[in-house]
Design a protein around this ligand. Structure first.
Ligand SMILES: C[S@@+](CC[C@H](N)C(=O)[O-])C[C@H]1O[C@@H](n2cnc3c(N)ncnc32)[C@H](O)[C@@H]1O
Length: 239
């Protein structure tokens, strides 16, 4: 999704219509990709750490981290409607939300202990992925961590393989698939190989990169189809 589209999609046109009901279903199925399963990443977070949740949408991850890890979270999203909704349904005083572009964070250098991005980089173009990681690096303190959760390429399902093949012709990127949202809007969603995620983090300067693969039943963005698919959580440290 390019930035202009991300800003402009009205909430109700997104894949989670009707909103709350769909999100609940998605959350139950760990969709979009989740950090919840990567306990060895979560164990790195300390009470009262300052965490930035980039592409927070309605605040699923931000609320989860504040509740479970007792950290302070700033959730930012480029989509104003998401932030308005997040503010309405927030469940912790330790969470704040702001409209902000993750590629141009209005945050000072070395100000966060952790930056998380769940299900964000798979929905943006290659250049934007790099810019998001670069900004995460800038705002993190030395020793701080970045964590990215995304779907893995699902080669177990023959229908998926065919879709990857067909969409590769159009997108030029293996693992990306084109999804129709509403009647007209096309979204490109990328599923990653573990190595691609590692390279993304190391390319931005992160070290001590660790990766965890989960196999989860999750609902597909776009069609809502529940299927078993791989997810990755990858994390790294700012030296
Ligand atoms: C699939 S949602 C993931 C939501 C949330 N992280 C979760 O796991 O529930 C992706 C979100 O990333 C946001 N996004 C896309 N590009 C962005 C950017 N450049 N800066 C901030 N947010 C962005 C979108 O508006 C959308 O709300």
């Amino acid at each position: 999704m390019n930035k202009e589209i991300a800003k402009e999609i009205p909430h109700d046109l997104k894949f989670y219509t009707p909103r709350e009901a769909m999100w609940l279903k998605f959350e139950a199925h760990e969709t979009p990709a989740t950090l919840r399963l990567a306990d060895n990443y979560l164990n790195l977070l300390r009470p009262n750490d300052k965490v930035l949740d980039v592409g927070c949408a309605f605040g699923r991850v931000a609320n989860f981290l504040a509740r479970e890890k007792n950290v302070e979270v700033v959730g930012v999203d480029i989509n104003r409607t998401e932030i308005r909704h997040a503010e309405k349904i927030k469940t912790s005083e330790k969470v704040k939300f702001k409209v902000m572009d993750g590629t141009q964070l209005e945050c000072s250098e070395n100000s966060f202990d952790a930056v998380v991005m769940a299900g964000v980089i798979g929905g943006v173009e290659v250049g934007v992925r790099k810019d998001l990681l670069k900004e995460a690096f800038r705002v993190l303190k030395s020793g701080g961590t970045v964590a990215v959760a995304e779907y893995g390429i699902n080669l177990n399902d023959s229908e998926r393989r065919e879709k990857y093949k067909a969409d590769f012709e159009k997108t030029g990127e293996w693992g990306s698939k084109i999804i129709l949202v509403g009647k007209k809007k096309l979204l490109i969603v990328k599923h990653f190989a573990g190595k691609e995620l590692r390279n993304l983090l190391s390319g931005a300067g992160f070290i001590s990169i660790a990766i965890r693969k989960h196999s989860t039943e999750s609902a597909g963005i776009g069609d809502g189809k529940v299927e078993k698919r791989p997810q990755y959580t990858v994390w790294g440290v700012k030296p």
